[in-house]
Design a protein around this ligand. Structure first.
Ligand code: NAP
Length: 246
């Protein structure tokens, strides 16, 4: 269980991040519900956690912004004293065929999905190393594992998350800090809701289980990676995808 642990979950106002925040709080963690735009939705998550007897607070920060993340970590450490679990979940898509991806859309996706993970791990490094403990769970994607049509920017960012995860797992392996990644497949959230019915049908046809996953499927594995029991597991990339990447 996660009593006395503080968990920072980026992008926790909606979708997978929301489910992760609720799950970690249900196991006793004090959860920081990070968001960038959805203030009310983030507050709803914190309220839902409180109503269930858990503890949470919201924190607005654009995690693609290096300086802003530095300020967030400093403030949270001052207030909470420690951060034990970091879930780098925030992410965006700007899907297009490569000739139509603007430089701005490429950079925005790389920054939100990958640089964000660098930003949080960089600013938390001294804290984790000093305490000789920490659990990091980074959100990749089957797109980063397999590649995906019209997702050059997104797939590149999620493949980079895998490289970052494996490197940090090695770098911190002797320091009591584990770093793992989850590669969700096709999960029911706002991110996939915007896709056309045709794309949804084609994607489901590629899934051996023939259905989409739920945010709670990803939250369950996140909670395991965050647990004491997962202390000998690091540098792993686990797909939660109904068999899509087999
Ligand atoms: P979602 O429903 O679109 O939610 C995205 C979350 O990320 C929101 O809470 C959003 O905050 C936050 N966010 C985006 N940019 C941010 C930034 N710069 N700073 C702080 N927060 C930011 O997405 P989701 O489907 O739950 O996806 C969650 C993660 O799983 C992403 O990394 C995504 O790439 C990955 N993933 C999802 C799927 C899938 O099928 N859904 C598959 C593979 C991987 P606001 O609400 O404030 O905008």
């Amino acid at each position: 269980m996660l009593e006395n642990k503080v968990a920072l979950v980026t992008g926790a106002s909606r979708g997978i991040g929301r489910a992760i925040a609720v799950k970690l709080a249900s196991q006793g963690a004090y959860v920081i519900v990070n968001y960038v735009h959805s203030r009310e939705k983030a507050q709803e998550v914190a309220d839902e956690i409180a109503a269930a007897g858990g503890k949470a607070e919201t924190y607005c920060c654009d995690v693609s912004d290096y300086q802003a993340v530095g300020r967030m970590i400093e403030e949270l450490l001052e207030k909470c004293g420690h951060i034990d679990i970091l879930v780098n979940n925030a992410g965006i898509t700007r899907d297009q065929f490569i000739g139509k991806i603007s430089e701005e859309a490429y950079d925005a996706v790389m920054d939100a999905n990958c640089k964000s993970c660098f930003n949080t791990m960089h600013h938390l490094a001294a804290h984790f190393l000093e305490r000789k403990s920490g659990r990091v769970i980074n959100m990749s994607s089957t797109s980063g594992v397999l590649g995906n049509v019209a997702q050059a920017n997104y797939a590149a960012s999620k493949a980079a998350v895998i490289g970052l995860t494996k490197t940090m797992a090695r770098e911190w392996a002797g320091r009591g800090i584990t770093v793992n990644a989850i590669a969700p497949g096709f999960i029911k959230t706002d991110m996939t809701e915007v896709l056309s019915d045709k794309i949804k049908e084609k994607t489901i046809a590629r899934i051996p289980m023939q259905r989409m996953g739920n945010p709670e499927d990803v939250a369950a594995l996140t909670a395991f990676f965050a647990s004491e029991e997962a202390g000998y597991i690091t540098g792993q990339i686990v797909c939660v995808d109904g068999g899509m990447a087999i």
